[in-house]
Ligand binder design. Sequence first.
Ligand code: G
Ligand code: G
Ligand code: MN
Ligand code: NA
Length: 252
Amino acid sequence: LALEARLHRALANDEFVLHYQPQFETDSGALIGCEALVRWHSPEEGMISPARFIPLTEETGLIVPLGEWVLRSACTQGRRWMDAGHPEVTIAVNLSGRQFQQHDLARRVAAILDETGLPADRLKLELTESMIMGHGEQVVELLHALKTLGSRLSIDDFGTGYSSLAYLKRFPIDELKIDQGFVRDIPQDENDMEIAATIIAMARNLNLKVIAEGVETRAQLDFLTRQGCHACQGYLFGRPMPADEFARTFFR
Ligand code: G
Ligand code: G
Ligand code: MN
Ligand code: NA
């Protein structure tokens, strides 16, 4: 069977799973949230990374129902952890451009929040610069509609797309997520350190939260903390892991 057909069958057969990666506040060391990352548990091949199938689902449009499954599953998990009495955490979910083109996306998100019972302010939607840049007033309206629900908006892979600073002021964004490409070579690469420091300073000046991803070493964490980065995510703290392992590891 071709990959596309196998992906359709995988969605019907419930072969996708979400892994969760923790996010920590740098000052306090407190767990503040997690990012939901999809994996395909293929009966033939075992666990398959989204890097291998997300691009094809974006081409074929399957990302729309898959993305909706991801959102519903992540919200369901967030509500389950809440009901179990675990500390308050936000659940970050990646949206793809195709999902963002749906004119009724805000209504769909609202319906999923309603259905799962996750409070809107515990959901964080990760968007990329290319999804929101240059798409006009419709996008501004959609962002405002999502904000009005009460959920948070984060710009993923920040610094890798168009860098128009105007949109940061114009759009109701809550957080910038520094791309791991700027974190990887801290503290060896002076340019990357300058870029990371500049993004942090800019975010703080604009009253936005800033989180670094791909944090793997103590030296990276120390640098980011000194610069005033609010939060960090990366292998130093934990890899993406199944929900039960996440709870055992981080809710104690
Ligand atoms: O988890 P991992 O590092 O393998 O993810 C690889 C890529 O797949 C990343 O770019 C990540 O943003 C993307 N990805 C993971 N889960 C999702 C998802 O649920 N929806 C979308 N649109 N992208 C995802
Ligand atoms: O595009 P997005 O930022 O959503 O993708 C996140 C990707 O980064 C996931 O595939 C996740 O597995 C990966 N990732 C998370 N933490 C680290 C890390 O510390 N180092 C590296 N190399 N990758 C990471
Ligand atoms: Mn992401
Ligand atoms: Na990213």
